[in-house]
Design a protein around this ligand. Structure first.
Ligand SMILES: [Ca+2]
Length: 303
């Protein structure tokens, strides 16, 4: 499965665990990460992604950053791992991008990567704001229509609920993408990740195969340990790669509009191409076990 990961890395720790899951799936031969693009406009977001990709032995994955984007605020979960140094002055987590402002533009990266892919082959996993995807849709609608098979998005609340963070942070972009994106979209709403808490015990035990692990370090720097955090973005990553494995139930088709407050409004429509995940009580334990095992999958050379 060819995947592109679009993330607001730094605003919550689930983005880092979702990226770890994608690397775990690539190590298992199930996914190929084509690019990572970022919607948090902070200089350490790209640095941290570079740290993680390099840590997993994939330093060549293209990284693109938003320009004039949302949420420039500082974030210890990305800044601390991206800047920590050994006694000899070298980075604990080697990486090349030390200032995201000098990384390429996200839409440029997305266009150049998509152009090289077979038709209907690419799965987008969007776990932040819709800023980059809305700009891509504006710049190259035909490219998106030809190359993309699915958008798995952590966004919204279903069937109804309060405005969700990823939507309300960039409402015009979300409205545009949810209305006009040509491929099917499957939403993992706020309620899915909220019902599945990533256990602090997994961070403390399952990541111990590496003395220094950038994702475990991000987790420790996001909030005081121990804490269990919702798995919002992890569920979108899991569904994007393993859509047919029955982890979740899925809604009827419909359309999704965004109101002026940032609420997602789902309207059933037999011709619609938008659906949302539904988590049945008996599915919870299996999904959570898959999320913890895949997120902590050891790097190939340390296995
Ligand atoms: Ca996120």
């Amino acid at each position: 499965m060819r995947v592109i990961f679009d993330t607001d890395i730094g605003n919550d720790v689930d983005d880092a665990l979702a990226l770890a899951i994608l690397h775990g799936l690539e190590s298992r031969g199930e996914a190929k990460i084509l690019a990572v693009t970022i919607t948090k406009d902070n200089k350490y977001a790209a640095s941290f992604i570079d740290c993680v990709n390099t840590f997993y032995g994939r330093p060549g994955i293209p990284i693109g950053v938003v320009r004039n984007g949302k949420t420039p605020e500082d974030s210890a979960m990305i800044r601390v791992p991206a800047t920590r140094r050994n006694a000899d002055g070298s980075f604990v987590y080697p990486h090349r991008i030390t200032d995201g402002a000098r990384a390429p533009d996200a839409v440029f990266v997305l266009r150049s990567v998509l152009e090289k892919q077979p038709d209907a082959s690419v799965v987008f996993i969007q776990v932040g704001f819709s800023t980059n995807l809305a700009r891509l849709l504006e710049a190259a609608p035909d490219l998106v229509a030809h190359k993309v098979r699915l958008l798995s998005a952590m966004a919204g609340s279903f069937p109804r609920g309060d405005p969700e963070y990823n939507v309300k942070t960039d409402i015009p972009a979300a409205r545009r993408v949810f209305r006009d994106w040509p491929s099917p979209i499957v939403f993992s709403g706020f309620e899915i990740g909220q019902a599945l808490l990533f256990p602090a015990a997994s961070i403390e035990h399952d990541f111990a195969w590496a003395a220094n692990h950038p994702v475990a370090e991000a987790y420790r720097n996001y909030m005081p340990m121990p804490y269990d955090r919702p798995t919002w973005d992890l569920t979108a990553a899991l569904y994007g790669v393993r859509a047919d494995r029955g982890y979740f139930s899925i809604s009827q088709p419909g359309t999704v509009d965004v109101d002026d407050k940032g609420r997602t409004v789902f309207t059933p429509d037999a011709k619609g191409t938008r659906r949302y995940l539904i988590l049945e009580p008996e599915q919870k334990a299996r999904v959570l076990e898959a999320l913890t095992l895949l997120a902590s999958q050891p790097r190939q050379d340390l296995r």
